[in-house]
Design a protein around this ligand. Structure first.
Ligand code: GLA
Length: 858
């Protein structure tokens, strides 16, 4: 509506005058003083803390508030406020004793402080401009010498509000907020000192006094003496940082997802930290990361920059997974965290894992169990050097996880943001099984590509041919592959390099032109022939690497990561290209486009067969060498992201000399990962079990091979429980084994929607046991699949499935049964879910290296 001119003028005039003429004055003593804290007794309206009239230096005051240090009072003034005025000091009832300091804060920032005032001194006048402030905070500190006799008066204290503004309202004395999901909560509180504190997870006392050690994201150098989350050298050389709470913002991304940003700042520097959380309500998953920025006159150096630093109560057990090449995840270790700092880390630069995965479980009710107890698992989404530090100070355990601070000092320029990798946390009050199911559900939606599509059955030529092949040898594998039921053919290493042909692992890496002798017309005809045979075609690449024996290295010897003046150290005869160099980024991206752009290529295995041992860059400046670790991984993610976006229909397998890159940092650009070069099914049963704590089985590539020389039926059954593939020479496979493989493939096609999208229940732990067993239950619980893997000779005792619908009737049927073995007693019979979970299913296997895959249909 448009007002007539005269009226508009009147409105403008009134608005201008409002602040001075129509301001409304509210007396502090009229507010709800129950919300004001006092170190002794309770705050009083229009009286001193002792109940006598307010009085300072012999002068009496009729109005005001009497309190006692330490005191805190927060008032919502809605951004519609003008000023705060008062006369403050130590009340005469304290005589010449008592010393306090009065502090006026607006929205977390100190606006005025009195300095220390002593008993007997005259009152000091306060007049603070509050324009724009939303939360006014009035604090009285003990002046640094303890609280005794600290009788403090806010005399004649008034808040001047804008005319017509809502009345100021007293708030709870400390800002508190929580992060909440369906069954998990973590609570925060802003302390008297303006810092942000966290209530330890699992602590009994939800209201206990917070200690300095409970700071949520503790920076080093200003009072916190344990393992810090952040360590900064400011532009002027100051090695201390303080972080005060500014406020927080929340946004709902969907009914299930909420984003929370907590803003902190250093009161002495233009230096800010934002703590970011993305909570997934139903999955009890919290993604956490940190953003750091500043406007100091020069770069600041970040020495430590954890992604998370959550506090837990003591009495926590840690489960982590030690391993090595071909032994990834094979050695789970559970230990009680004791005072001191337990560090799990890697310093490999271009991948997270060789000896341990950046994933772990913390359990609060003793060692973790599958179906009960509170467990809190973490997985760092980072494919480079990482550090998990569990710092037990005797009171609490702090879990600090992030990029490894080792040799990674980062010089952050003004106005640039440093974003830490994401930490993925998942909570379960009912043990590891529920924890994994929630994490798998999150991963299918957010942690990987195409988590809602089943996977094609893959045949890889690596074990069949190694480096020794040509067009005809490969094309000759297609028809047998199709006949047996596979759907996707993967051509492995050895297809490229001309001056230095890639006929072994000593030459050719980096020269991504198809080898003229082997593939005279390039990749396209080989891919087309696969498609003609009814198969999709995939290709092996290792874009980040180079053999010294290559044209690429001859042309660009300065593109590699090495340390000058040191004897060159090769791993698998190769070096890592320096992805921090723009020319290398452009080269790798061009190579990927050239290869994946070939018609009919719809799958790629992206390998990375070495890690950094001599981390020197010819590209980075002398004083930026320590950026290599972080800049490399971020450049790698940019490359992976471009690849995933440019080739949305090309599925990608993440591989790194086995399981070196099994982490949620890289997996979000990939559909699956290669967990290990160890494909012996006897090792794969426990290995896949361990990976499944954190990663959905549909992402765990599991290929049938001759490794370990195990019975083909056993090998097929193990591979079927994850993302099924084969790496066999089908042209040489005995007929009986071929029939078993064909049966396994057809059975897998029947159940792959259940194993991909169903809920996993780990039933019998295979570590050092006679048998391993799992079941998957379809989301609607109409179907389920039970796997039993006999590792040693035993009796065929029943396997008890879990997660079935108790009332539903299921018919039992063994898939692809081993020829010659007696059928299960329950074969073809129908039972309720309740009966099956109670009485179990007796599989047909009982001797070592036998397995059963049992479908429960309804
Ligand atoms: C790595 C992979 C293998 C194979 C070879 C090829 O070792 O783990 O599966 O692709 O590279 O060189």
């Amino acid at each position: 509506m448009k007002l007539p001119f005269a009226h508009r003028f009147a409105v403008i005039a009134l608005t201008c005058m409002a602040s001075s003429l129509f301001a409304e004055t509210v007396s502090l003593s009229s507010l709800d003083l129950k919300q004001m804290t006092a170190g002794w007794n309770v705050a009083k309206a229009d009286l001193g803390i002792m109940g006598s009239p307010l009085s300072m230096h012999g002068v009496k005051f009729v109005h005001g508030v009497g309190t006692h240090a330490t005191s805190n009072f927060r008032v919502n003034v809605n951004g519609a406020v003008e000023r705060f005025t008062a006369k403050v000091g130590v009340d005469d009832t304290a005589g010449s004793q008592g010393s306090v300091e009065f502090v006026v804060m607006g929205d977390g920032r100190i606006l005025w402080r009195s300095g220390v005032l002593k008993g007997g001194e005259p009152a000091r006048a306060v007049d603070v401009n509050l324009v724009g402030v939303r939360t006014l905070e009035l604090r009285v500190t003990d002046g640094g010498d303890g609280e005794s006799n600290d009788h403090a008066d806010w005399a004649d204290a008034t808040i001047e509000m804008n005319a017509g503004a809502p009345a100021p309202v007293a708030l709870p004395p400390y800002e508190t907020f929580g992060l909440k999901t369906k069954s998990f909560t973590v609570n925060f509180q802003v302390g008297d000192d303006g810092r942000l504190y966290q209530r330890p997870i699992g602590a009994d006392d939800a209201n206990g006094k917070l200690q300095r050690d409970d700071e949520f994201y503790p920076p080093a150098g200003d009072g916190y003496v344990w393992e810090p989350a952040l360590q900064v050298v400011h532009a002027d050389g100051n090695t201390s940082t303080a972080l005060l709470y500014d406020g927080m913002t929340r946004t709902n991304e969907s009914a299930d997802i909420e984003s929370t940003c907590v803003h902190l700042h250093d009161p002495a520097y233009p230096f800010e930290v934002t703590l970011c959380f993305r909570t997934h309500h139903d999955e009890d998953v919290v993604e956490q990361w940190v953003e750091i920025r500043h406007q100091e006159p020069g770069p600041v150096t970040l020495g430590r920059m954890a992604s998370t630093s959550l506090l837990l109560t003591t009495n926590v057990y840690l489960t982590h997974f030690f391993g090595d090449w071909a032994k990834e995840m094979l050695n789970p270790i559970t230990e009680k965290i004791t005072p001191g700092t337990k560090v799990l880390d890697s310093k490999l630069g271009v991948r997270a894992d060789q000896f341990r995965n950046p994933s772990f479980v913390l359990s609060l009710d003793g060692p973790p169990a599958e179906t009960n107890g509170r467990v809190f698992a973490g997985s760092l989404a980072w494919s480079g050097s990482f550090q998990c530090a569990f710092d037990d100070n005797g009171q609490n355990v702090r879990a600090l996880v992030g990029v490894n601070p080792f040799a990674s000092a980062y010089h952050l320029k003004p106005d640039k943001t440093f974003t830490t990798p994401k930490m993925i946390w998942v909570w379960s009050a009912n043990g590891l099984g529920e924890m994994s199911r929630k994490l798998h559900s999150w991963a299918r939606d957010f942690g990987m590509r195409d988590g809602h599509k089943t996977r094609a059955v893959l045949l890889n030529n690596w074990e069949a041919t190694g480096f020794d092949f040509d067009f005809n040898r490969i094309a000759g594998l297609y028809d047998p592959a199709k006949e047996i039921g596979t759907e996707l053919f993967l051509l492995d290493d050895g297809w490229f390099g001309n001056k230095y042909p890639r006929v072994n692992d000593r030459a050719g890496l980096g020269d991504w032109q198809p080898n003229h002798k082997r593939l005279p017309d390039g990749l396209a005809p080989l891919a087309a022939a696969a498609v003609k045979s009814g198969l999709r075609f995939g290709i092996w690449i290792e874009p980040e690497m180079v053999n010294p024996k290559s044209q690429l290295f001859e042309q660009h010897p300065d593109w590699v990561i090495v340390q000058p003046k040191r004897e060159l150290e090769l791993q698998r005869n190769q070096l890592v290209l320096d992805l921090t160099r723009p020319a290398v980024q452009a080269f790798e991206w061009q190579s990927i486009q050239n290869i994946l752009g070939v018609t009919d290529i719809s799958y790629a295995k992206w390998d990375c067969n070495r890690y950094l041992t001599q981390p020197g860059s010819f590209w980075l400046a002398q004083d930026r060498q320590s950026h290599l670790w972080i800049d490399y991984v971020n450049a790698l993610y940019a490359l992976m992201d471009k690849t995933a976006k440019t080739f949305p229909d090309t599925e990608l397998m993440l591989c790194s000399g086995g399981g070196g890159r099994v982490d949620y940092g890289a997996l979000k650009y990939f559909q699956e990962f290669w967990p290990s070069d160890n494909t012996d099914p006897v090792a794969r049963v426990p290995m896949q079990w361990d990976y499944s704590y954190f990663f959905p089985p549909m992402a765990i590539a599991s290929h049938v091979t001759h490794s370990g020389n195990r019975p083909m039926h056993f090998a097929c059954s193990v591979a079927m429980s994850a993302r099924f593939g084969m790496d066999l020479d089908l042209t040489k496979l005995p007929a009986q084994d071929k029939a078993i493989c064909a049966g396994a493939i057809s059975a897998y096609k029947e159940i792959r929607d259940v194993t991909a999208f169903g809920d996993l229940y780990r039933l019998e732990d295979p570590h050092q046991e006679i048998r391993g067993a799992l079941d998957f239950v379809a989301p609607d619980r109409a179907r389920a699949v039970v796997f039993a893997f006999q590792l040693k000779d035993g009796q065929n005792t029943p396997v008890h499935p879990r997660g079935l619908d108790p009332a539903r009737r299921y018919t039992i049927h063994e898939l692809n049964p081993m020829p010659g073995r007696a059928a299960m007693e329950q074969e073809g019979k129908t039972f309720t879910g309740e009966e099956l979970m109670r009485d179990g299913i007796t599989p047909s296997c009982s001797n070592a290296l036998e397995a059963s895959v049992i479908e429960l249909g309804s």
